[in-house]
Design a protein around this ligand. Structure first.
Ligand code: GDP
Length: 495
């Protein structure tokens, strides 16, 4: 509606008329045919540019996934702060470097892989707890984690972030397998049994109690129980039968990115499908790379990265963002898709500008209307002022949350006073106390009565500056008491 410069309701009416009810939800992306139809409806002359619609996507799902090779699982460690996630990851990471290997210095690249003892299998751990990329990817509906390790410190039990993770997992309705790592069991006097019972109470169905969630007792500090954790993860992965294309175009995600001396922009890519090789052209968000060098978390140069592996990639023209989806194409396809994405981003940005301009206009209009209302009220109050002959009046500007309660407040206030001093409602309306309410009360020498509505801080300040009292409460009788006291104050003093 912004592009066509018509009201949203007008657009909706036109869509309904054209039989486009199904397309009317706010996040529906119109096909070119529908868009053309609509544009013509509003007298525009649309041009369809297929070239401009070109983008790169991950390859379609494989017709027979069971024929694909097995890939390592991708594991995320989550849990409450200080429950030992970093320590656990550090200890696991150190086992990823073969002992005595020359140059075996581990680096933080966002993920590392750990061998499963007695097999050729590995497990990939995302190595920043509560990974920023994880949230970004989740927000896009991407699934990069196959298994979650919920770390619970045995000496601390279930804490707020533990509950958060449990909530997250329960929202996935069993789609993300979980293993609970009860950590810090090396500490003397810890009560593992109590932690397990607390987990059960939080609806985490542990195997110990007949459920299907395994738990492992570990110490990230001493390394105790970590082989069991790795074995458990490996067994869980086997059950999931994680398979993916080991060749063909790549689909993956950027885990993190940074500028590096000598290499320029470098990003860690977690490969989910396909095979990443130097020389390939890839696209992540608005960044492209002709891959120069790839290396793993031990700093070793890698010639090919397969599903489940995370490697740092250099050769980016610009720095991609953590969470960006990675796809592959020919040099010209990547170039074309990138150009279109940039244009798309520009269009989105300009739509945001339109929104901002509209918002500023709306606010300006509202401000003007308020000023005018206040000026009118002042005028009206000035005309009414010479009532000095009758009883003294406490003039009230009533604001309430809903019209029903405004009536109730007016009803309760009505009749407070006698023939010498009385209260009179000069205005009653719904909504938070605004500057114009204060100005109206000021012009009438009155008081603002706020029932169950907010008095924004700046408005309160204006009221204080203008010496306009505000009686604010969510309880009617308090307001009545307050106003009665103020009316009594108007009575002539008797000595
Ligand atoms: P995170 O916030 O979850 O990443 O927790 P950290 O790994 O930073 O650990 C928090 C504190 O707990 C640190 O002082 C660690 O030394 C300590 N810690 C972590 N794991 C263990 C463990 O297995 N046993 C003991 N005794 N202390 C641990």
């Amino acid at each position: 509606s912004q592009l066509l410069d018509v009201r949203l309701t007008t657009l909706q009416r036109a869509m309904r008329r054209a039989g486009m009810e199904d397309q009317m939800s706010y996040d529906y992306v119109l096909t070119a045919d529908y868009a053309v139809l609509l544009a013509e409806e509003f007298g525009r002359n649309p041009i369809v540019d297929d070239e401009l619609a070109f983008n790169l996507y991950p390859p379609p799902p494989h017709p027979d996934p069971s024929s694909l090779p097995i890939r390592p699982p991708v594991v995320t460690i989550m849990g409450h702060v200080d429950h030992g996630k970093t320590t656990l990851l550090d200890t696991l990471r150190s086992t990823s470097v073969a002992k005595g290997e020359a140059g075996g210095i581990t680096q933080h690249i966002g993920a590392f892989s750990v061998p499963v003892p007695g097999t050729k299998d590995t497990i990939t751990f995302l190595d920043t707890p509560g990974h920023a990329a994880f949230s970004a990817m989740r927000a896009r509906g991407a699934r990069v984690t196959d298994i979650v390790v919920l770390v619970v410190a045995a000496d601390d039990g279930i804490m707020p972030q533990t509950r958060e993770v449990i909530g997250l997992i329960q929202k996935e309705k069993g789609n993300i397998p979980v293993v609970v790592a009860i950590n810090k069991v090396d500490k003397p006097g810890v009560d593992v049994d109590a932690v397990q019972k607390a987990l059960l109470a939080a609806d985490v169905q542990l195997e110990e109690f007949g459920g299907d969630i395994p738990s492992v007792q570990v110490s990230g500090l001493t390394g105790k129980g970590l082989p069991t954790l790795v074995e458990t993860l490996s067994a869980m992965a086997e059950m999931q039968e994680l398979r993916a294309e080991g060749d063909g175009p790549v689909h993956g995600y950027v885990l993190e990115s940074q500028m590096q001396k000598g290499l320029g922009a470098v990003a860690t890519v977690l490969v989910l499908r396909g095979c990443l090789k130097p020389g390939s052209h890839i696209l992540a968000g608005l960044s492209q790379s002709k891959i120069r060098v790839m290396s793993d978390s031990t700093g070793k140069v890698v010639k090919a990265a397969y599903p489940g592996m995370a490697v740092t990639v250099s050769g980016w023209k610009t720095l991609p963002n953590a969470g960006d989806e990675v796809v592959q194409g020919s040099e010209s396809d990547v170039k074309k898709a990138l150009a279109n994405r940039v244009r798309q981003a520009e269009i989105e940005a300009s739509l945001k500008d339109v929104e901002a301009i509209n918002k500023a206009r709306r606010e300006e209009r509202e401000r003007r209307e308020e000023e005018e209302a206040a000026a009118e009220a002042e005028e009206a109050a000035r005309e009414q002022r010479p009532v000095e002959t009758g009883p003294k009046e406490l003039k009230l500007v009533v604001k309430a949350d809903v019209s029903g309660s405004a009536e109730a407040v007016v009803g309760a206030i009505h009749g407070i006073g006698n023939e010498v001093a009385t209260s009179r409602v000069i205005s009653s309306s719904v909504g938070d106390v605004s500057e114009s309410d204060v100005m109206m009360a000021k012009a009438a020498g009155g008081t603002v009565v706020a029932f169950s509505v907010k008095v924004p801080k700046p408005i309160e300040a204006i009221a204080i500056q203008n010496q306009v009292p505000i009686c604010s409460s969510g309880i009617i009788y308090r307001l009545v008491d307050d106003i009665t006291a103020r009316v009594v104050d108007l009575l002539p003093k008797i000595y």
